[in-house]
Unconditional design. Structure first.
Length: 303
């Protein structure tokens, strides 16, 4: 009986022990989703330990199945073509910036577990007038069924954070929001100057809404600067790309807890004029990690 009491006393802390896990939001359109080929990854980027991902199912505006998903250990296959029904994740043959982002974050925070919450959809815009058939991130857009891409994002975050034990080790997890990564803007640069000129205001509102969702008003934000391959008949894929680029730079200049990745200007493109090649995504993830790490260090120094 005495031994049982001792065992029980030792067991109590384990039952109530909470482990902290850093969580990062990955969101945007196709270059966040990722078009790199998994076959191009070296072996050290194919297996991860203590890195977990919840990727919300990507659907058009109005679809009721957006945002469902399940936690899993990170591996290649969370790029374009990834699907989930909330019970089983169907990996594709593509990857995005999450692979090298996770590897670099583990190097920078070797004692921390890392969690990624990802929702991205090809072609989407913030402005509803640029949504076409892809989707819109404007929280006030009430398209079909009143569901837009921001709703799908919110559902993704809600579903991800509702899981108490994402790594399945029997210990309750405390997910600590550590940063937002945003790679988008091409959709808003595809139409008129009027739409592009509104991008700064739209981006500012959306990033602050995402911060509010995570209950941290000045959570670090890193955005990827859009680039243009020039690979079409007029030598300019995004008609108002410079205006969106200017808006992205303006956002970072005016937000003390934001950074921008400019390396995209030097990336090569894959089999189309819109998406980077595998090497581009490998570099992009590293740069996002380094940028958000610098913001986190300054953010966590605050009293």
């Amino acid at each position: 009986m005495k031994n049982f009491k001792i065992f029980f006393l030792l067991l109590i802390p384990a039952l109530f022990y909470t482990q902290k896990i850093r969580v990062f939001i990955l969101a945007g359109q196709s270059n966040m989703n990722g078009f790199g080929y998994s076959k191009d990854l070296p072996n050290d980027l194919k297996n991860f330990k203590d890195v977990y991902i919840f990727q919300g199912n990507s659907v058009p505006d109005g679809d009721l199945n957006g945002g469902v998903g399940k936690w899993d250990v990170l591996k290649p296959g969370h790029g374009t073509g990834f699907k989930t029904d909330g019970k089983t994740n169907a990996l594709s043959d593509r990857f995005g910036l999450e692979i090298t982002f996770a590897k670099r974050m583990k190097e920078l925070f070797p004692n921390d577990k890392i969690a990624l919450i990802k929702y991205a959809r090809e072609g989407t815009s913030i402005d509803s007038l640029a949504a076409a058939n892809f989707g819109c991130w404007d929280a006030d857009f009430n398209g079909k069924n009143g569901i837009n891409q921001y709703d799908n994002f919110l559902k993704t975050v809600k579903n991800a954070l509702s899981e108490a034990d994402i790594d399945g080790n029997g210990k309750k997890d405390e997910l600590i929001p550590s940063g937002i990564l945003w790679m988008q803007g091409e959709g808003d640069a595809s139409f008129t100057e009027e739409i592009a000129n509104k991008y700064y205001d739209h981006l500012k509102i959306l990033m602050n809404q995402m911060r509010a969702t995570l209950l941290i008003d000045d959570l670090p934000v890193v955005i990827g600067k859009i680039s243009d391959s020039g690979k079409n008949e007029v030598g300019k894929v995004w008609p108002t790309g410079e205006l969106v680029q200017y808006a992205q730079e303006k956002f970072v200049k005016n937000d003390k807890n934001a950074a921008i990745i400019r390396s995209t200007v030097k990336y090569n493109y894959g089999n189309d004029p819109w998406h980077y090649d595998s090497a581009g995504y490998i570099d992009l993830g590293k740069n996002f990690a380094d940028a958000v790490f610098r913001l986190i260090i300054n953010f966590e120094k605050k009293p």
